[in-house]
Design a protein around this ligand. Structure first.
Ligand code: GLC
Ligand code: CA
Length: 558
């Protein structure tokens, strides 16, 4: 297996709108991020993944871009961006940009032109089709944000495809001019000195030409088989690699919905010349009562099965990302741990242990290192996110489900859980802004905040810091093989990692009950590298407290 810096790195994701407000308008911005770089340096991360900061009308908080080479007004200027990049580099921190090129905003000049006439030079930059007649769209596909994936445009009496909101028309990657324009834009950013790209829904850029109806899934057809992992996806990524990526020492991570381990070996294979790693959703997409919406916890055996499959199948062949949450997911501790006051701290540390000792590049989503929790939503008016707002309407207002049925499911999974402001200190609005925050701050900021946690050596923050240091010190964390133990346990996740003469035993309790674990005999006398509770590690049978976690380390015989 090749050794590379991005396998050894830890990535920290910043959602700029909610990270730090530098000018008091209630919206996070670039100067705010620059101001907090020392905090990230202290945590010890290597790379920042910056969610989109480009010019955008904000229909989907910046994932709808109207100019790829300009900064969103609310976030600052290109000078602010350059200052951030320099300040990060001075501290040895790299910056990976979000590359959103499956679609643009409908306010991008390419689309403004495209919709003008069927013979406009930009017409073929997007995906236009005739309707089926009788006011019916070209096919039955639904958009991820509700409604049809097709929007009728009066100007030319045709429909355009938007797999996300109607303000996010899909680009036509089959058009070589589109590819060249995107590659030129990417090159421009690389020349500026950025350190890589996180590629938004990149597995969706190639669509089948025919675009048949999809199997009905609620009100609409599922277009996935025809627009995810499409016919030319690997050609386009190899072309991108050849023309742009291979010319720079950058990190690339593909957000790849619906990817299997088999496909990941192509997207992010050691020698396939596409991307460095995939960011896949098999675990976080598992389950779902009403579409993606559910309040059920995933059984631990299934969680282990999914994570283990990726560990084993990609080993030595391809590279994966490790994450519990991001800006599209609920908070890790609320979802996979236990956010009740007695267990929040300890279960957040347990989850961190479990994830950071696996193989893959770990991603920390802003606030996860503090053990930030889901937001206590009171009513649908609390939602800001287009997905939650539309989903509530689609599932409830039309009477398909009652509020009582749907409410627990939508608040458990709303993306807004991740988007409440970063909790900096016990000060008004958690120290995020001196103005009115664009989205409410979680009231638990008084207990959970960066100032308190950086000052407390026993905090979740310091635990993450220590995990990051272990990764730097022990190559087995990055390059070791993986073996799952106690496969059938619904309480314990136990695995080993092995590299040359080094071996780790990782023990994580996922239950609020006391349990017992038998330590494999070879680990007798091993040392404990990190633990979230007090215990003695020289016993064969150990009693474990709720959510206990620890890592044992030993050197094997020559
Ligand atoms: C990705 C982003 C998400 C966005 C969507 C459309 O999944 O992570 O936030 O809404 O793509 O760009
Ligand atoms: Ca601001």
């Amino acid at each position: 297996m090749k050794k590379t810096w991005w396998k050894e790195a830890v990535v920290y994701q910043i959602y700029p709108r909610s990270f730090m407000d530098g000018n008091g308008d209630g919206i996070g911005d670039l100067p705010g991020i620059t101001d907090r770089l020392d905090y990230l340096k202290y945590l010890g991360i290597d790379v920042i993944w910056l969610s989109p900061v480009y010019k955008s009308p904000n229909d989907d908080n910046g994932y709808d871009i109207s100019d790829y080479q300009a900064i969103m007004d609310e976030f600052g200027t290109m000078e602010d961006f350059d200052a951030l990049l320099n300040a990060a580099h001075e501290r040895g921190i790299k910056i990976v940009m979000d590359l959103v090129v499956n679609h643009t905003s409908d306010e991008h000049k390419w689309f403004v032109e495209s919709r003008k006439s069927t013979d406009n030079p930009y017409r073929d930059y997007y995906i236009w089709r005739e309707g089926k007649g009788g006011g019916l769209p070209p096919n039955n596909w639904g958009s991820s944000f509700g409604g049809s994936a097709w929007e009728y445009d009066e100007e030319t009496s045709m429909y355009y495809l938007h797999l996300f909101s109607r303000k996010q028309p899909d680009l036509n990657w089959d058009n070589p001019a589109v590819r060249d324009a995107v590659f030129a834009m990417m090159t421009w950013w690389c020349e500026k000195g950025i350190d890589g790209f996180r590629m938004d829904v990149i597995s969706m850029i190639s669509k089948t030409k025919e675009m048949p109806d999809g199997a009905l899934n609620g009100l609409y057809g599922n277009g996935d088989p025809y627009c995810v992992n499409g016919p030319h996806i690997h050609d386009y990524l190899r072309e991108m690699n050849e023309k742009v990526l291979s010319r720079y020492d950058i990190m690339t991570v593909g957000e790849t919905p619906c990817v299997t381990p088999e496909l990941a070996k192509q997207y992010a294979g050691e020698d396939t010349h596409e991307l460095n790693m995939v960011f896949q959703f098999e675990l976080v997409d598992a389950g779902g009562k009403y579409g993606k919406w559910t309040d059920e916890k995933i059984p631990l055996t299934l969680l282990k099965k999914i994570l283990s499959r990726w560990q084993t199948e990609l080993y030595g062949k391809a590279w994966n990302s490790l994450f519990w949450d991001n800006h599209d997911q609920p908070r890790a501790v609320s979802r996979f741990g236990d956010d009740r006051p007695a267990y929040r701290d300890v279960s957040a540390k347990m989850l961190a242990t479990c994830l950071h000792m696996l193989q893959g590049t770990p991603y920390i989503y802003q606030g996860e290192e503090l053990g930030m929790t889901n937001y206590p939503f009171k009513s649908p008016e609390d939602f800001r996110d287009i997905e939650s707002v539309n989903a509530y309407k689609e599932w409830c207002t039309d009477g398909r489900l009652s509020h009582e049925q749907f409410w627990p499911c939508i608040i458990a999974k709303s993306r807004d859980n991740a988007r409440t402001p970063m909790q900096w200190e016990d000060a008004p609005h958690a120290g995020f802004t001196t103005g009115d925050p664009w989205i409410a701050v979680n009231p638990n900021y008084k207990e959970i905040n960066a100032k308190a946690e950086t000052a407390d050596e026993t905090s979740v923050f310091h635990y993450y810091k220590k995990l990051i240091q272990l990764r730097k010190k022990y190559p087995v964390v990055v390059y070791g093989t993986y073996q799952l133990l106690l496969e059938d346990s619904e309480e314990l996740y136990v695995y080993t990692r092995t590299l040359d003469q080094e071996e780790l035993l990782v023990v994580c309790s996922f239950t609020d009950q006391e349990t017992e674990v038998t330590i494999p005999a070879v680990f007798a006398g091993a040392s404990c590298l990190i633990a979230n509770r007090e215990n003695t590690y020289d016993q064969e049978t150990m009693r474990l407290q709720p959510y206990e976690a620890f890592v044992l380390y030993r050197k094997t015989e020559e």
